[in-house]
Write a protein that binds this ligand. Structure first.
Ligand SMILES: [Zn+2]
Length: 269
């Protein structure tokens, strides 16, 4: 479903102008950006999430009630899908977003992904809406553990337990049946309200809060750019619409590399 080349080039030029002219740009990334890095999409339709794993619905395995009853089964699933992340490297889109931030053209990045790749790429102003595999905590005493400590235990086929109180350790991801972190959610709403340009990458904007965040930006007259293989309910409202993440990344990278650092005239705090 690649756009015709002329159409793509035309939209690319408009996007570059929007990025340079915007005084406040926010990006939102979903599973499509991770699949570019070879990470399976385990939350959205068509990904692992819609399938079965060893006779379980993946959605069930990723629910908090299931985790509490069967942490051993969750971690067996995790060993296949969540605790191999050090093998993954940032994709061209991760790199473009990190460079845009470094050069002052990206004010905030929100992601549905838990794979730590925005951090690995070098972004600093990013917020993980569904939590992250980076952080773990004890379900008994709340002691914190890092991915680096937990992953080798999981890969040995063991359930990680707290060294202080022996309770089961959990990843600080948002399981099904849990609420999103309200501080992260509020920040996302605020930034989408203030944004002049919102770029959505690799998300079909179906699950909350992705389904509503663009509406805050549109209500204030912001430009919305959507880059996603599948259609979204915001396509008609979008200023620009691209379908191929890799194609756009390849086209943007050399341009972003050549961009001069922007001098910040306004502080967004
Ligand atoms: Zn503990």
């Amino acid at each position: 479903m690649a756009e015709s080349l002329a159409h793509f080039e035309e939209n690319l030029q408009i996007l570059k102008t929007l990025i340079v002219d915007s005084t406040m740009t926010v990006a939102f990334t979903g599973a499509g950006v991770s699949t570019l890095s070879g990470i399976p999409d385990f939350r959205s339709a068509g990904g692992v999430y819609s399938s079965q794993w060893e006779g379980y619905d993946v959605e069930e395995v990723l629910s908090i009630s299931f985790f509490r009853r069967h942490p051993d089964i969750f971690y067996r699933w995790g060993n296949e899908f969540m605790y191999q992340l050090e093998r993954s490297t940032p994709s061209i889109i991760h790199t473009v977003l990190a460079l845009l931030e470094e050069k002052g053209y990206l004010d905030g990045l929100f992601t549905q992904n838990i794979d730590m790749l925005h951090k690995k790429a070098g972004n600093k102003k990013y917020w993980e809406i569904h939590g992250s595999a980076e952080h773990h905590s004890c379900t008994g005493c709340n002691a914190h553990y890092s991915y680096e400590v937990i992953a080798p235990i999981v890969r040995k086929g063991e359930v990680p337990h707290c060294t202080r109180c022996q309770s089961v350790i959990r990843p600080d991801i948002v399981f099904y049946g849990e609420n999103l972190n309200s501080a992260v959610l509020n920040r996302a709403v605020e930034m989408f309200k203030q944004a002049k340009l919102c770029i959505v990458l690799g998300s079909s904007l179906v699950v909350q809060p992705a389904a509503t965040l663009p509406s805050y930006a549109l209500a204030h007259g912001a430009d919305l750019v959507i880059v996603n293989a599948q259609t979204t309910s915001y396509d008609r409202a979008a200023t620009l619409r691209f379908t191929d993440l890799a194609q756009l990344g390849e086209a943007l990278l050399p341009w972003v590399q050549g961009l001069k650092k922007k001098r910040s005239l306004v502080s967004h705090s």
